[in-house]
Design a protein. Structure first.
Length: 405
């Protein structure tokens, strides 16, 4: 029996990945609950839950506690092996579902799923049957695989779980590798798949270390350190990579979308401030809200102010400003944005001079302008370019239009 301090130190390599996997599950949980009908999300949640359970129950301190509560020496062995088999099968099912899509009901996909469920369910049943047939009276918390490597029935159980786990990891790593090599993958998803692949490769190293140690026992040698000292930290690192691999696509996409919203909100600030100045006392007071709602409010406010301001827009000035911008070397899209900025600034000034335009004045079509408020707002950040366009458009209107034509 190992000293308590040694057991606590050894258990750290189990509790760290358990914590990381639990954090990954907590991060995913709101989405899983919100979209519970999505089988892919349920599969991810189930896999992370099983993976966390593997490290919780495989910790030496938990093994000792389970053995003591049940009164059966080494009862944790088939239980931990069964959790590992459930994890192996869940990995394969998840990759099959993830790769082909939850809606894929082809005969090949259905057959693959049935094969995984039936094979790994059969392996779990065989593990318990072999344990009942084996004679394992001495409790082993760290080195059960090598201590009982030559014991009848337990020998077969150890070999069965290692081979079944290695097979699942090999197939999963291969599927992930083929997927990563495909085209059209999101960058965050590609990196997540690479981390998952690295995690499953490390799982293969874990299995290889265990098998070599067990094989050495069969041949009368002693390479137990491969099983007791090398395999656990390799498994821990593997679990961390797998957890991060699942988190990264979700977290990366969330961060990217949130950054785009904040950037769009920031880009609209010049036009928003101009519209606030034009609206005067009509600016509503709003409480702080989520970035998406703040962006929607800002876009709505700008469009609501632009609509009545459209009666003051000078379309002839817009044409001259566009021609002037093109004459200054700006590309078409940038020229349109600069021309719109010039006409909006002119309309704000015209509204100050004459709040109500003549009744006969018809409001121009503002469809394109309302759709390009982001580009117009970015143009307002370059007042020197706007000044150059206004000066050129005002210098010789006929020449500007003629040059454009």
């Amino acid at each position: 029996m190992e000293p308590a301090a040694t057991l606590r130190d050894f258990s750290i390599s189990f509790w760290i990945p358990a914590a990381v996997l639990s954090i990954a599950l907590v991060i995913k949980l709101p989405t899983i609950i919100r979209l519970w009908r999505d089988p892919l999300l349920r599969a991810v949640g189930g896999l992370l839950l099983v993976a966390s359970a593997v490290f919780v129950f495989c910790s030496p301190s938990t093994i000792a506690r389970v053995n003591r509560l049940t009164g059966v020496p080494n009862i944790s062995a088939p239980w931990c092996y069964s959790l590992l088999m459930a994890f192996s099968g869940s990995c394969l099912l998840l990759i099959i579902t993830w790769r082909n899509g939850p809606a894929d009901r082809s005969a090949v996909t259905r057959r693959a799923r049935r094969w995984v469920v039936s094979v790994y369910s059969g392996v779990i049943a065989a593990l318990w049957a072999l344990f009942l047939l084996a004679d394992v009276p001495v409790e082993r918390l760290r080195d059960l695989d090598t201590y009982y490597a030559t014991t009848p029935f337990m020998r077969e159980e150890i070999l069965l779980y290692l081979c079944a786990h290695a097979l699942a990891c090999l197939i999963t790593a291969r599927l992930l590798w083929n997927w990563v090599r495909g085209e059209g993958l999101d960058a965050w998803l590609r990196w997540g798949l690479k981390l998952l692949g690295a995690g499953y490769v490390l799982n293969l190293i874990f299995d290889a270390a265990k098998l070599v140690a067990v094989g050495a026992r069969w041949l009368g040698g002693d390479l137990d350190w491969l099983s007791t000292d090398l395999a656990p930290p390799v498994a821990a690192l593997s679990a961390i990579l797998i957890a991060v691999g699942f988190i990264l696509p979700h977290a990366g996409q969330y961060a990217r979308d949130r950054w785009r919203v904040r950037l769009a909100h920031r880009e609209l600030r010049p036009l928003y401030l101009l519209m606030r100045a034009s609206a005067g006392e009509g600016v509503p007071f709003v409480l702080r809200a989520a970035p998406e709602l703040r962006l929607t409010r800002r876009e709505t406010f700008i469009r609501d102010v632009l609509l009545p301001l459209a009666r003051h827009l000078d379309t002839a000035l817009g044409a001259r400003a566009y021609a002037a911008a093109r004459g200054l070397g700006h590309p078409p899209e940038r020229a349109r944005a600069l021309a719109s900025a010039v006409t909006i600034l002119d309309a704000v000034e015209a509204k100050r001079r004459l709040p109500e335009p003549p009744a006969t004045a018809a409001a121009p079509d503002t469809t394109d302008l309302l759709q390009e408020i982001g580009a117009v707002s970015r143009a307002l950040r370059r007042p020197e370019e706007i000044a150059a366009v206004r000066a050129r458009a005002a210098a010789d209107p006929a020449e500007s239009v003629g040059a454009h034509e």
